[in-house]
Unconditional design. Structure first.
Length: 223
């Protein structure tokens, strides 16, 4: 069966899918998930569209994507855990990992742990740095593996399902997605701002409620 013509950014990946098939899916996802700037997520969606048109097997796409994503992040974890800040400082700029970006991500990991690993795949930038920063933060490997696999399953499931359902209709759906993309991003930005403001207010209220040290309460030394 002939695959549908892929629109927009997906069209650039069609030759890779036509020539390499499942290998293109696994290879790009594996590379993306330990920091190499390649379009892994876009390839996953394109492969799911091919599956929806009957060109690829949707189960095979999902399994290969899941395994490649988990393995790629674990390579990143090893790099971060055993290579440490030295490697990131020296080579991080080649994979978009600046020291400032790593420091922010590492602090975020320390505060939120498994929740961040689970949702990291849905966030551009954090998806690529997920494993490396978890290793730098010395997150226990078993804990990382569990939440990483959970996040990979959710991420692959969402995009494979959407791409598979789109199938032959991708040419019609893509312009609509582009048309409403700005509104979706704006809504996401507002939601994020609300969460941040609520967090800051709660933190300020907690700080205000703490008793301040009173000089009169200090005990005078015995004479």
């Amino acid at each position: 069966m002939t695959a549908p013509p892929l629109p927009g950014v997906f069209a650039d990946l069609a030759p890779l899918l036509d020539h390499w098939g499942y290998g293109a899916v696994g290879g790009l996802l594996f590379l993306e998930d330990f920091g190499v700037p390649v379009p892994g997520e876009t390839m996953l969606i394109a492969a799911a569209v091919y599956a929806g048109a009957g060109r690829l097997n949707v189960v095979a796409v999902a399994v290969i994507a899941f395994v490649a994503a988990v393995c790629g992040d674990n390579i990143g974890y090893v790099i971060g855990r055993y290579g440490g800040h030295r490697l990131v400082t020296r080579f991080g700029r080649y994979v978009l990992l600046t020291p400032a970006r790593v420091a922010k991500a590492e602090a975020f990991f320390v505060r939120n742990g498994g929740k961040v690993v689970t949702v990291a795949r849905f966030i551009e930038g954090l998806r690529q740095a997920n494993g490396i920063v978890a290793g730098l933060s010395e997150m226990p490997w078993r804990r990382f593996l569990f939440f990483n696999a959970l996040g990979a399953a959710l991420w692959v499931g969402v995009w494979v399902t959407l791409g598979d359902v789109a199938g032959d209709h991708i040419g019609t759906l893509y312009p609509a997605i582009q048309r409403y993309e700005l509104y979706v991003l704006a809504a996401a930005g507002v939601a994020l701002a609300v969460v941040v403001v609520r967090h800051l207010r709660r933190r300020r209220a907690t700080d205000t409620g703490r008793p301040s040290p009173d000089p009169d309460d200090r005990q005078t030394p015995a004479r």
